[in-house]
Write a protein that binds this ligand. Structure first.
Ligand code: CA
Length: 269
C-alpha cells in the first residue's frame, strides 16, 4: 500500500488519449498527510501504474485520504484493514479480477464501489451479474469526473431520509418486511436481508414516504445526490436487484411497486 501526495508541479493533460491525460508531474514520497483536510477515505485499485498514480494524485489534491493497490488480493486486504468509504475498482486485474474482488468485499463491507472498465459492453453484463457495485465508469474517463463522482457519493444521505428517520426512530413494517432506518437493518420474515448501500438507501427513501410515487429523477436526487450526472436506467437496475433480494415479483410487487408513467412507490407488503 502506498500513500501518495502530489508535488507542486501540476500534472499536465497531454491528452494523448482523449480524457486520459498522461501524468507528467512528479509523485513525491510516501506520506500520511494529505494536502488538504481529508473528506473521506478512497482506495484506488488499478494495475496500470500511471493511471493509478494519476487518479490517486487528483483524489489526494481534492482532499481525500487516498491509498493505492495494484492487485485484487491487496485490494480485499486493504478494504478489511482501512475500511475506505469508496473503492475505485478496475475490472481487469491480474489474479483476482474485479468481479471477484467486488464479491469478496461485499461479504464484509458496505463501502461504495465504483467499477472502472475499458469495455462499455461489459457494464450490462456486470449489472446482470449483480456483483454489488454502486456505479460504473468507462475508460478512458475524465479524472475530474471521477473525483466529482467520489465527492457526490460521499455527500449522499447514506440513510436515505436521515432527518425523517431520526425524528421517528421506529422500525417501519410493510407486511413481512421490516425497515429500520436508524440501524440500517432490513429484515424479511425475521431474516436479515443483505443489501448494498445503494439498495438500502433506495428502500429507506421509498419506505420513509410510503404514499409518494417517486420519479427516477427524484430517487437519484435522494439517493445519489443532486450533483449526480448519469443514466436514470441505473435506478431500474438497482430496483431490480432490490426486488430480487426481497423476492418481489415486478408484476405483483408487494414492497417496491411500479407506478406506471411515474416511477416507484413503496408497497403495503
Ligand atoms: Ca487493468
Amino acid at each position: 500500500m502506498v500513500r501518495l501526495r502530489f508535488d507542486e508541479d501540476r500534472p499536465t493533460d497531454r491528452g494523448d488519449r482523449a480524457g486520459c491525460p498522461r501524468l507528467t508531474g512528479r509523485l513525491v514520497g510516501v506520506t500520511d498527510q494529505p494536502s488538504a483536510p481529508a473528506t473521506g477515505r478512497v482506495l484506488v485499485v488499478e494495475d496500470e501504474m500511471t493511471l493509478a498514480g494519476m487518479v490517486a494524485a487528483y483524489l489526494s489534491r481534492a482532499g481525500f485520504d487516498t491509498a493505492v493497490v495494484h492487485t485484487g488480493i491487496e485490494a480485499v486486504a486493504a478494504v478489511r484493514e482501512n475500511e475506505p468509504d469508496v473503492v475505485i475498482l478496475d475490472l481487469g486485474l491480474p489474479g483476482l479480477d474485479g468481479i471477484e474482488v467486488c464479491r469478496q468485499i461485499r461479504t464484509f463491507s458496505d463501502c461504495y464501489i465504483v467499477i472502472t472498465t475499458a469495455r462499455k459492453e461489459e457494464i450490462d453484463t456486470l449489472i446482470g451479474l449483480s456483483v454489488g457495485a454502486d456505479d460504473y465508469l468507462t475508460k478512458p474517463f475524465s479524472v475530474r469526473e471521477l473525483v466529482a463522482r467520489v465527492q457526490t457519493v460521499l455527500r449522499r444521505p447514506r440513510t436515505g431520509s436521515r432527518a425523517h428517520a431520526q425524528k421517528d426512530a421506529t422500525v417501519w413494517s410493510f407486511g413481512d418486511l421490516r425497515v429500520d432506518p436508524v440501524g440500517h437493518e432490513i429484515h424479511l420474515c425475521d431474516e436479515p436481508v443483505a443489501l448494498t448501500p445503494t439498495e438500502r438507501d433506495l428502500l429507506i427513501t421509498l419506505a420513509a414516504r410510503p404514499a409518494m410515487a417517486f420519479t427516477r429523477a427524484q430517487l437519484i436526487e435522494e439517493v445519489w445526490g443532486a450533483g449526480w450526472v448519469g443514466d436514470e436506467h441505473l435506478v431500474d437496475v438497482h430496483i431490480a436487484h432490490l426486488r430480487r433480494k426481497l423476492s418481489d415479483d415486478p408484476d405483483t410487487a408487494r414492497y417496491v411497486t411500479t407506478v406506471r408513467g411515474v416511477g416507484y412507490r413503496m408497497g403495503k407488503g
